[in-house]
Write a protein that binds this ligand. Structure first.
Ligand code: ZN
Length: 194
């Protein structure tokens, strides 16, 4: 699928030219393109239509994601009971590469994730370490240890293993590249049980 290869090329160029990403996880050398059955959700079209600002270094990857979006297997981890219908109507992600990704890798995992405007992604955690890289738009990231950080295109936010974190968008959406590493690569985020 040429749109997938184009997206992987754009992701690789960005990954290898960004010290934070490069230092966090190597670009996987074991990628094998697989056949993925598309699964489209409301967020798919939001991504295709996304006009949120990008950075110079993220524009190519964003355009490649818009072209890939209708072919991707979009997922939502949470139920309406957990996060509400509003959240589900403007949120989604797909696994670009990884154990069950559009390109298979046993060594690394990365997602493309989208959150529309005015959403709160409540406190959650997961075993794998994580680095968010903002591609378009912006959001405020929260951890218990540090002050909230407003992350804009070209900036990163890291979470350690099982570190609780939350995120909120403002008047616009955020489109992100999310890299996981370490134990728990195959796990999923867990909402905090209060
Ligand atoms: Zn996370």
């Amino acid at each position: 699928m040429s749109v997938l290869l184009a997206a992987l090329e754009a992701a690789k160029a960005l990954h290898l030219s960004t010290p934070d990403l490069r230092d966090f996880a190597p670009w996987p050398v074991d990628l094998q393109v697989t056949d993925v059955t598309p699964n489209l959700i409301p967020a798919t079209q939001h991504v295709v239509d996304c006009t949120a600002p990008t950075a110079d270094q993220t524009a190519d990857f964003v355009n490649a994601i818009k072209a890939l979006a209708p072919h991707a297997s979009w997922k939502r981890t949470y139920t309406e009971e957990e996060v509400g219908a509003e959240f589900l109507s403007r949120y989604g992600y797909f696994e670009l590469y990884g154990p069950t990704g559009m390109a298979k890798s046993e060594s690394c995992r990365a997602y493309v994730g989208y959150w529309g405007e005015n959403l709160v992604y409540d406190w959650h955690h997961h075993e794998a370490e994580e680095m968010y890289f903002a591609l378009a738009g912006a959001a405020t990231f929260m951890t218990e240890e540090n002050d909230a950080v407003f992350v804009t295109p070209g900036q990163t936010q890291m979470h350690t293993s099982n570190q609780p974190h939350a995120m909120a968008t403002g008047a616009g959406p955020i489109l992100t590249y999310i890299v996981w590493r370490g134990p728990g690569l195959a796990g999923l985020p867990q909402m905090r049980v209060e």
